[in-house]
Design a protein. Sequence first.
Length: 85
Amino acid sequence: MSGPADAQAGCDYCRDPGNLLYGHVPQIATSDEEAHGLLLRCPRCGTLYEDPANGQYPYPITPEEASQFFPDWSRSTQGNDAPQG
Ligand SMILES: [Zn+2]
């Protein structure tokens, strides 16, 4: 499999808890399921983070995971990437 290294995803900006935890990384979607909480996207590097509602630290997820967990976000991105239409 090829893709970004999951262990070291993100950039200096979004790896800084002061940015990630205090609203400087925009929230772009919410999940109906409490376990999935919020979807955040770094304004600098575009890394997606899932911010669970259970108090765990946000962690990076892939666009594929985001589209599964956050159907609102998936719909809003169609038209740019989806070839069918
Ligand atoms: Zn970043």
